[in-house]
Design a binder for this molecule. Structure first.
Ligand code: UN1
Length: 507
């Protein structure tokens, strides 16, 4: 039985009220649509140049005050934010479902990812450690100190509309940096809701400077404006490789720093010793979960030739049985694509497979009678006899390419032979294969896994990838260092002035 739900617009209005987002005019500005049925949720006004300027100027002023607040005290703000997020988790997740189309469990997981990074950042606020370094000169001490950097612009994508901002914002805030957020124009409401939740934490915190965190609504122009602004020393951007290629030179031209998290074209190698039932579950979640719209989604399956038919048939059967539909329904595992353009890219990618000698099963559009403006699809399996040019591209949809391999080295070479380098994995019970995959001559990706799929990383590790993925690292490990500036200090506590490298300059 299909459950009945309030219309997405009515539900979004309720959620925005509950989450404390100030009322906005419903019929002005940019239309925000729900991918669930293609209906308009509301309208959001884009910021004009003057409004953006005011937010950047306020962030710059906030920096002067925030950078001298002790880091553990800055951590207290993030701790309060984590508390507010816990209280708002169900409502924010429901809004993620309405705006991005994620199934309930994945939407809740996304908010959990925000809470996790809050906890990480709170601990970090007491661990922004530098080094002490042995000086070669007598009576001298050397040390390295990490200082706040300045306002950070975060440009985020529709597919993780809130978690990726949180990875950046929580670190930036404990590091002493104000945050200016330009969310995807497809998901402005979850950004407003998150901002309202942060406002509650700020109110409880008490004395944070005005302008410490702001949201800039806009499209490409707004992103470019932030990228150009010399008052913003760091721009952290998630999105397509095309977007990154346009943005990076603009930031570099003014010697700004960027963290880029761009396209992935992630692979799994399935070896003869693999646990196939484990592999099958990992494949289906990582290829079809989030409707294939994660940057970590599985797009290429490289299977030993002895198993390729068996594994492909099993994946095909699982794809056929996956419950596709309204992401608000408890049983649904595959929600909609974000919009028509995403569907058209999916169709074009399947056409390319056929043109290049492959066959495609699945890939049909579903529920079009009920919702002509929403784009639900059956995941598609593309079988190819050998790697083909169509496998070089990232298509943000549930399309999985399969190719056979004969020797393990060949499988690793196929895995690495794409322009992107985000995530990768091998399914094997052979320790030599596992270690070779993780070695210097193995996977060339930022993320390399054994016996799990390529998606669904935890926040504790550094997240990001090589080559066209952009080289950035976000969230855990020592990613925080990018949000600070390193200062090397040498103090002479002797009465003499010996020079380094034995240089003599006697007056
Ligand atoms: C993204 O798709 O931009 O590893 C981020 C994952 C998630 C984050 C994905 N934790 O799949």
């Amino acid at each position: 039985m299909t459950q009945s739900f309030p219309t997405p617009a009515a539900h979004a209005r309720d959620l925005l009220d509950t989450l404390g987002v100030p009322a906005r005019p419903a019929d002005a500005g940019q239309a925000v649509r729900s991918p669930i049925d293609g209906s308009i949720l509301t309208h959001v006004a884009f910021d004009d140049a003057r409004e953006i300027e005011a937010k950047v100027a306020a962030a710059r002023r906030a920096f002067d005050a925030w950078r001298v607040v002790p880091a553990p005290r800055r951590g207290e703000l993030v701790r309060l934010f984590g508390e507010e997020l816990r209280a708002a988790k169900a409502d924010l997740a429901a809004l993620v479902t309405l705006e991005a189309g994620k199934i309930a469990s994945e939407a809740a997981g996304e908010v959990q990812e925000m809470i996790d990074i809050c906890d990480f950042a709170v601990g970090l606020s007491r661990q922004l450690h530098g080094l002490t370094i042995a000086s070669e000169r007598p009576g001298h001490a050397m040390r390295e100190t990490w200082h706040p950097l300045g306002p950070v612009a975060v440009i985020s994508a529709f597919n993780f509309p809130v978690a990726v901002w949180a990875w950046n914002a929580c670190l930036a805030l404990v590091c002493g940096d104000p945050v200016i957020w330009k969310p995807s124009e497809k998901t402005p409401l979850t950004a407003l809701a998150t901002h309202a939740i942060l406002q509650r934490a700020l109110a409880r915190f008490g004395d944070a400077p005005e302008g410490l965190a702001s949201v800039v609504q806009g499209g490409r122009d707004a992103g470019e404006r932030l990228a150009r602004d010399p008052r913003i020393p760091l721009v952290s951007a998630t999105g397509s490789t095309r977007m990154g290629k346009a943005l990076a030179p603009v930031v570099a031209e003014r010697f700004g720093r960027s963290i880029l998290e761009l396209g992935g074209n992630n692979a799994m190698i399935v070896t003869p010793s693999a646990d196939l039932s484990l592999a099958l579950r990992a494949i289906v979640f990582s290829a079809a979960g989030t409707a294939g719209q994660r940057c970590t989604s599985l797009r290429r399956l490289i299977v030993h030739e002895s198993l390729v038919d068996k594994v492909s048939d099993a994946v095909d059967t699982a794809f056929q049985r996956l419950p596709v539909g309204d992401p608000r329904e408890g049983k649904t595992l595959l929600g909609p694509l974000i919009d028509r353009a995403a569907y058209e890219a999916f169709v074009a990618a399947m056409d390319a497979v056929r043109t290049e000698g492959g066959t495609v099963s699945g890939g049909e559009r579903l529920l079009a009678d009920q919702w002509p403006e929403a784009f639900y699809v059956r995941p598609a399996l593309a079988r190819l006899p050998a790697p083909a040019p169509c496998m070089q591209r990232e298509t943000f949809a549930p399309l999985l390419h399969v190719v056979p391999y004969a020797e393990f080295d060949e499988a690793v070479a196929i895995q690495n032979d794409v322009p992107q380098g985000l995530s990768s994995c091998v399914m094997t019970n052979d320790v030599r294969e596992a270690e070779a995959f993780l070695s210097a001559a193995g996977s060339d990706c930022g993320i390399a896994n054994v016996n799990i799929g390529p998606s669904g990383a935890e926040i504790g590790g550094a997240f990001g990838g090589e080559k066209e993925t952009g080289g950035g690292r976000e969230s855990g490990s020592d990613s925080w260092k990018q949000y600070m500036r390193r200062q090397t200090a040498t103090v002479n506590y002797s009465g003499a002035l010996p020079l380094a490298q034995g240089v003599r300059f006697d007056l």
